[in-house]
Write a protein that binds this ligand. Structure first.
Ligand SMILES: [Zn+2]
Length: 803
């Protein structure tokens, strides 16, 4: 093994010097990518033209083509220009039959600029010189990866060599058992026939670097990626010798005996694991950049949601600080989240990555999810909608097929129209700044140390409740990492904290500053009852802003009330009472004891004039108002739901607050003691969604730059790009009415749109990008707003306002 390593190293050095002396600038190799700056649109178009010209030349000599790969052709590195990708995940059965000629035609007609090709890791698809780099027997001496890479280069495409470093075969395990994870009893962690590799072992520090260098030396891919690069996930504490020794060096302690979020050693182990993965990211880049040049970057695949990232110790913020391009692996919607999830993924990543870097996402062309059928085509409308939602959130497309041969050939027709549309309109789809005034605060550490083993309920659902309610109400927002609050632009006037239980002292300080300067705050549930380790504080950290006191930081154990099925049990048969009560003035039976309507309802309760109660069924925080704040909703405790004869309110009215607002803190503050956000995510009651939207709209003083008058569920994302505005309108009406997959799209319209014009944009020219051809539409400009009507939207529309 060492000889092979040495040989590979020498070969690499010889090759590297040869290559550098001829074509590569003789500058010191940076360990992080040197991002080109100052690239103009003209440069970009020139590069596109050059790439197109090479493709048209039909170069036959594959080696020559490899040497003139797109990376060498222009000043713009591949990761700043390749926005559309494709991936055919090679199976063992493909090896003997791969119809490369057909796939080249498919690359061309789907307008991809790069392809992701299986190279090594669990399976090597080329004749690796490392005997323990497993090659499927069908491969014999064939260099399938190399043939595909050469074909792609000959077609002017970028190549990302794909690895999967998460597992190994029996031979590798037998030769290096210390490279694999073991549990507390010394049993190796396995997944089927494979052994799970440990990130602190030699597989990552000795073996894989040799493989990465070998792949670069053989084929000169533009970059490298890895499907599952971060080793064992959080559910598996590894007790291998490397982990024992390295954790001792890091912490001075033995490994934690078990998962215990209150154990300081387990917390340290969590931090150490994050640290290992960021170091691995940097190390892999050092290896690939030394071997392939500054732009030969390694970019592991990531999820965009905090839950998945937390579970695998991948810090999205730290990764985005290092990644020149982001690869998301999030292939389809889930029933609770809908297509909106894909725009959210893009927005999350983009909030950390900035407006200019490319984000691409693996989008399955097969039936992905639950249930999963790798060889059945996903319905075209389902795939289209997922792609359109991704575009709205700033994600570029990357079609994904498992296997290179499918009997369900409908799958080959799905990507092309959307990819062609993307190509025709790509200039509108990147380098855009969201036009919003609302931010939703989050942090991955909160998902870890407050969410712990229950982050779905404690973190994801409250977030989803608020964000879905805002999408439904067409209120634009961006995710905002709470460590970045002080850097947020002046456009952000309202901060929403959906049950963000764990706040660090510095986050608390910056939230206070934000409100003191006039920013509005909407918070819910346990926000600020814990610190960044999930340890209880003595009261809400923001109690005075909320206008309450007496909060208790009690970490919930087990599911909350009302979970576990559609039925609301007697224990969850609770309500929220609106004040003042109006039923005495509304048509209906009178008992004579109706309270006299005194005062007027707050604007947050607008739309509920004909009811004094809202369904609830959730949990409340313990607190008492401080006397200055106003209580708009109070709790009605549980009473029997069945049998009907006994279903009547035992305690119709209490003073237990469900919603408190405070206007004495600087900006407007609303605190939801009742977990309406989580309930909305769970129950989908329109009342809950309307209430959440009303709260945000009040906090934002209705200063929202977009108004949409439309039937149905439409997801809107508004951006500014230099001297124009770009509005995505995604029609979720069809799909939201039933479960996935959607098989027919139903147009809605007309859709009335009003956009507040920022300085520099007159609104004199409006056009739409989806349709047979770009189309000019009439807009009326008055009082700083442009008003127009979209006659109909089937799947999505993109509106451009300029002039
Ligand atoms: Zn280990």
């Amino acid at each position: 093994m060492l000889n092979d390593e040495l040989e590979a190293r020498i070969s690499f050095i010889i090759h590297h010097f040869r290559k550098r002396s001829v074509v590569v600038r003789l500058a010191p190799m940076p360990t992080t990518p040197s991002h080109s700056t100052g690239t103009t649109r003209r440069d970009f178009l020139k590069t596109v033209a050059a790439v197109t010209a090479v493709a048209a030349m039909g170069i036959e000599d594959k080696k020559a083509a490899a040497q003139t790969a797109p990376a060498a052709q222009g000043a713009i590195p591949w990761y700043q220009r390749a926005m559309r990708w494709g991936q055919t995940n090679i199976t063992e059965a493909d090896i003997a039959h791969y119809d490369i000629a057909w796939w080249r035609k498919y690359w061309k007609r789907t307008r991809v600029q790069g392809v992701i090709i299986n190279a090594g890791g669990i399976f090597a698809y080329y004749p690796s010189k490392f005997p323990l780099h497993y090659r499927p027997p069908q491969l014999k001496d064939r260099d399938l990866y190399g043939e595909l890479a050469a074909a792609a280069h000959a077609d002017g495409l970028c190549v990302l060599a794909r690895m999967d470093s998460s597992k190994g075969h029996e031979d590798l395990y037998q030769a290096h058992p210390d490279w694999f994870g073991v549990d507390a009893s010394g049993q190796v962690y396995r997944s089927g026939e494979f052994y799970l590799s440990c990130i602190s072992g030699g597989y990552y520090s000795e073996f894989l670097p040799g493989v990465l260098r070998e792949i670069i030396e053989r084929t000169h891919p533009e970059g490298l990626t890895d499907n599952i690069w971060s080793g064992l996930d959080r559910n598996m504490i590894c007790y291998c010798k490397n982990c024992v020794d390295k954790f001792k060096d890091y912490s001075g302690s033995p490994l934690p005996a078990r998962r215990d979020w209150n154990d300081p050693i387990f917390r340290k182990w969590t931090d150490w694991n994050y640290d290992l993965r960021i170091k691995q990211w940097e190390f892999n880049n050092k290896v690939t950049q030394e071997a392939g040049g500054a732009d030969c970057v390694w970019v592991g695949m990531n999820g965009a949601g905090t839950g998945g990232q937390s579970g695998s110790f991948r810090d999205l913020k730290e990764i985005c600080a290092r990644a020149p391009i982001l690869l998301l692996d999030n292939q389809s919607r889930s029933s609770p989240t809908g297509f909106q999830e894909n725009a959210m993924s893009g927005k999350f990543a983009r909030s950390l990555l900035g407006p200019d870097k490319i984000i691409i996402e693996s989008m399955a062309m097969y039936q992905h999810g639950a249930p999963q059928f790798r060889f059945s085509a996903k319905t075209a409308p389902e795939a289209r909608m997922w792609m359109a939602a991704g575009f709205a959130g700033g994600i570029g497309p990357w079609w994904h097929h498992v296997g290179a041969y499918h009997e369900d050939r409908r799958a080959y027709k799905t990507a092309e129209p959307m990819m062609r549309w993307h190509e025709a309109n790509q200039e509108y789809l990147i380098n855009r700044t969201p036009m919003v005034s609302v931010a939703v605060g989050w942090s991955q550490r909160n998902a870890d140390f407050f969410g712990r083993d229950n982050a779905g309920e404690l973190v994801d659902e409250p977030m989803r409740g608020f964000t879905q309610a805002m999408i439904r109400a067409r209120i634009g927002f961006v995710p905002l990492h709470l460590d970045d609050l002080e850097k947020a632009g002046a456009d952000i006037t309202t901060l929403v904290l959906p049950n963000v239980g764990g706040l660090s002292d510095s986050q608390v300080t910056s939230i206070r500053q934000f409100v003191k300067k006039g920013g509005s705050l909407v918070a819910s549930g346990q926000t600020g009852l814990f610190n960044e380790f999930g340890d209880a504080r003595s009261d809400f950290a923001l109690a005075d802003l909320f206008g309450v006191k007496g909060g208790k930081g009690v970490m919930p154990t087990g599911p909350r009330v009302g979970r576990g099925g559609a039925a609301i049990t007697d224990a969850a048969h609770t309500y929220l009472r609106l004040t003042p009560e109006l039923r005495g003035t509304v048509d209906g039976p009178m008992w004579g004891d109706e309270p006299a309507a005194s005062g007027t309802r707050h604007e947050i309760l607008a739309g509920f004039e004909e009811t004094d109660v809202l369904p609830y069924g959730g949990s409340l925080q313990t607190l008492s108002p401080d006397g200055k704040a106003q209580v708009l909703l109070t709790f009605v405790p549980a009473f029997p739901a069945t049998p009907p004869e006994v279903s009547w309110m035992r305690v119709p009215k209490t003073d237990v607050p469900g919603l408190v607002i405070n206007e004495n803190a600087g900006g407007r503050v609303a605190y939801l003691a009742a977990d309406i956000d989580r309930r909305y995510a769970m129950y989908n009651f329109p009342d809950h969604g309307d209430l959440l939207a009303n709260i945000v709209r009040w906090a934002a003083k209705d200063d929202l730059p977009l108004k949409v008058d439309s039937p149905g569920l439409v997801h809107c994302e508004l951006y500014r790009q230099n001297n124009r505005l770009i509005l995505h309108v995604v029609n979720l009406t069809s799909s939201a009415t039933w479960k996935s997959p959607v098989d027919q799209l139903t147009g809605i319209g007309p859709i009335g749109i009003s956009i507040k014009l920022p300085s520099g944009i007159s609104g004199g020219r409006c056009s739409t990008l989806v349709g047979d051809s770009p189309k000019v539409i009439a807009g009326a400009v008055a009082n700083g707003w442009v008003k127009l009507t979209l006659p109909s939207v089937v799947d999505h529309q993109v509106l451009v306002v300029e002039g």
